[in-house]
Design a protein around this ligand. Structure first.
Ligand code: P6P
Length: 339
């Protein structure tokens, strides 16, 4: 009898952990499974993208004013459909939609949760076959149960997240998430379409030797960032410097590599984009929740990301994220050279 190593599937894991949430009557479990189901469908089509005519521009523009690629639209549709059908979610805020999508059907109106999502982050990398991802945050609704979700359900600080995660569609497809009790990673076994626990209890290394930033924006960086980059490039064996520069231009891919290997990701405010480029609701807050649960830190260079009070759905924030010691060193430069 072959003694095969017992795998833990995502569904088994979520159900096992459900007992840690006495108030959760399985709704969050079902919601996370709805997201995983949509991710598997998106993954299938991303892998086939080179073969099927779903590359190229849908001919519309998303809220960012960027040309929407067909896969962006397709991915958004999959998550909206899965979450609407699952009836645990009463509204979605998506990068692909200017306004919230409120679910006004008799089942979803009873949903206790809302989801903020970037359905296909880094999609400009699709043709280059570079890893891209889905990023999501889950909040308990603050509006009255019994009707579709409202904007105020979405405009909550990141500390109110009940769960957050990302899917990275890379050499393998992984789903990494937290519900506030650690971070766990699941790798998709495409032969059976099951996410299997592959990275239990993920933690940032204490420090790292990677810094990730788009140095093409150098002339627009604040002095603190210019000085921090110089610090990264100086030699010091005690602090692993000079660091290695790694930047893919896909937040999920850059963040995931840094979580595994140890490294800091920075998308600072610049003279041209004072609030940076990344979106607070569905990019910064979810990865910040994961980073903090993995023993790291996430700030805008001065303030904790998860304590920022969002004012609009698509507002931007600078993002400094990684091992605590690396983020605090970058923050030191920001304070020292504050303009
Ligand atoms: P830049 C992708 O468009 C994205 O939103 C993130 O995934 C990524 O980290 C960032 O933008 C890259 O921006 O300006 O360096 O190309």
């Amino acid at each position: 009898m072959v003694n095969r190593k017992r795998i833990t599937t995502l569904t088994e894991f979520i159900v096992q952990r459900q007992s840690e949430y006495p108030h959760a009557k399985g709704a969050l479990t079902r919601l996370l499974n709805d997201i995983a189901t949509a991710a598997k469908i998106v993954n299938r089509d991303i892998n086939a993208a080179g073969l099927v005519d779903i590359l190229g521009y849908e001919g519309k523009e998303n809220i960012q004013g960027e040309a929407q690629k067909k896969l962006d639209v397709f991915a958004n549709e999959q998550f909206v459909t899965a979450l609407k059908g699952g009836a645990e979610c009463c509204a979605i805020a998506s990068e692909e939609n200017e306004k919230i999508i409120s679910f006004n059907n008799e089942f979803s109106e009873l949903g206790k949760y809302v989801v903020a999502i970037d359905p296909l982050d880094g999609s400009s990398n699709i043709e280059a076959n570079v890893s891209i991802g889905t990023i999501f945050s889950i909040y308990r609704r603050v509006s009255e149960v019994g009707e579709g979700g409202k904007v105020e359900d979405m405009l909550q600080p990141g500390i109110n997240q009940v769960a957050a995660g990302y899917v990275i569609y890379g050499s393998s497809t992984m789903l990494v998430y937290t519900t506030g009790k650690g971070v766990n990673g699941f790798t998709l076994d495409p032969s059976v379409g099951i996410f299997c626990l592959s990275h239990p209890d993920m933690m940032f290394p204490e420090t790292g030797s990677v810094y990730s930033i788009n140095e093409g924006n150098y002339i627009y960086f604040p002095q603190g960032i210019k000085q921090y980059i110089k610090y990264c490039q100086e030699s010091d064996k005690n602090t692993l410097r000079p660091y290695t520069s790694r930047y893919i231009g896909s937040l999920v891919a850059d963040f995931h590599r840094n979580l595994i290997r140890g490294g800091i990701f920075l998308y600072p405010g610049t003279t041209t984009k004072p609030s940076g480029k990344l979106r607070l609701l569905y990019e910064c807050n979810p990865v910040a929740f994961i980073a903090e649960q993995a023993g790291g830190k996430a700030s805008d260079g001065f303030n904790r990301i998860m304590e920022k009070q969002p004012k609009t759905l698509h507002e931007r924030s600078p993002l400094f994220i990684g091992p605590k010691s690396m983020v605090e060193k970058a923050e030191e430069f920001m304070r020292q050279y504050k303009e």
